[in-house]
Write a protein that binds this ligand. Structure first.
Ligand code: AMP
Length: 369
């Protein structure tokens, strides 16, 4: 019987997982290197240790009945040490930690990714530079491992810019992938959960707007055709089945005309699913806990149109409950507000997406005063 759940990573996602798990009656132990991390306030215990500390991971293992994580960049030795109590499996981590392996897996499932070339060593770099000179186009070079929110990404439009990358950015100890820059109509995402018994549930499609490559707003229902919604749901179903998913998978996609192309996967609850906290019958964190505990999954029905607005460190006016009116402000309990640091989010609920967006505009204008 599961009594205590261990969470690797105590940021906002760990905290919101812990809140859901606590509501369901579980105890929580969190492992995070920062004392009083956001999750610590709602956990029974925090193990303060580095994420690659295998001894600390073993302590987490012995204090819990089951372990989950809030981020995919889990050290493989730690993942292996935890594997006896990790229903999500270290294989899912291995795939989603590596953009190339992830794209190959998506293609193996019969799904589209953007065209890409691997640049994993100097030889591949030389071949890529020659090919590029013959076919100059807009590309994005991304690190294969470890990047998030646009970190480790270089947009290149000309042979000179590629040359600059080679001379001043390229590091031969790092693997890269060069993706064609895609002119999408919209970015959308879907969050799918599956338990070990094979039950699958999919949350409504979110339309995502990024600013400086950081998620800014998620709009639900997404303003796309029914055909696109069906395609996005099919992709979620196919990936969850192909991966034998246990837990949660967030799938970020580009809409290009009638086509839906998969951009990237995250094996965990996701920022673009925070709208579910107020707008759905079940939120993504509760569903995640249900999925990893192999409980039956609950209803993901959307009760109301919603726009989720991220609150970053510079958004000082948006961090005050007294400014929120009837909107729902969620704060993550972070003490230091650095620029671009995710401090919280606001769920704006109205009768229509248009009305939500008008309210979001008001909040943004107020924030800029
Ligand atoms: P990622 O870290 O891959 O999610 O990229 C962050 C953001 O950069 C995405 O949400 C897109 O807005 C943009 N982006 C990433 N890859 C591409 C691409 N191949 N073409 C155009 N935009 C991209």
């Amino acid at each position: 019987m599961i009594k205590t759940i261990g969470i690797l990573g105590g940021g906002q996602l760990g905290r919101m997982m812990a809140i859901a798990a606590r509501t369901m009656g579980y105890n929580i132990v969190v492992l995070d290197p920062t004392p009083n991390c956001p999750c610590a306030a709602v956990a029974d215990k925090q193990i303060v240790a580095a994420f690659d500390d295998v001894e600390a991971a073993k302590e987490l293992l012995t204090s819990c009945d089951l372990i989950t994580y809030e981020f995919e960049n889990v050290n493989q030795n730690v993942a292996n040490a935890l594997s006896a109590k990790l229903p999500q499996t270290s294989e899912l981590l291995r795939i989603t930690q590596n953009r190339i392996l992830e794209k190959q897996t998506i293609n193996d499932a019969g799904l589209k990714t953007v065209a890409y070339k691997s640049i994993c060593n100097r030889k591949e770099l030389e071949v890529f530079v020659e090919d590029y000179k013959a076919n100059v186009r807009n590309i994005i070079i991304k690190t294969v491992q470890g990047g998030y929110d646009g970190k480790g990404q270089y947009v290149i439009k000309t042979a000179d810019e590629l040359n600059d990358f080679v001379v001043s950015k390229y590091n031969e100890n790092i693997e890269y992938v060069a993706e064609d820059f895609i002119h999408f109509n919209k970015e959308i995402s879907v969050i799918v959960c599956r338990n070990a018994s094979g039950e699958i549930s999919i949350f409504p499609v979110a339309e995502n707007i990024h600013k400086n490559q950081i998620l800014h707003q998620s709009i639900v229902p997404a303003r796309v055709s029914n055909n696109i919604i069906i395609k996005a749901n099919d992709i979620a179903l196919q990936l969850a089945t192909h991966l034998n998913l246990v837990g949660t998978l967030a799938i970020e996609m580009f809409v290009c005309g009638d086509d839906v192309v998969v951009n990237e996967l995250a094996p965990r609850p996701h920022n673009s699913g925070h709208y579910t906290l107020n707008a759905c019958a079940t939120n993504q964190f509760e569903q995640h806990i249900r999925a990893v505990c192999n409980l039956s999954l609950s209803d993901t029905k959307l009760f109301t149109p919603v726009v989720m607005l991220n609150v970053l460190g510079q958004d000082t006016n948006l961090m005050k409950q007294e400014n929120m009116g009837k909107n729902k402000l969620h704060l993550y309990g972070k003490t230091e507000a650095k620029v671009d640091r995710k401090m919280g989010h606001i769920n704006v609920l109205r009768e229509s997406v248009d009305k939500c967006l008008i309210e979001v505009e008001k909040l943004l204008n107020f924030n800029n005063q």
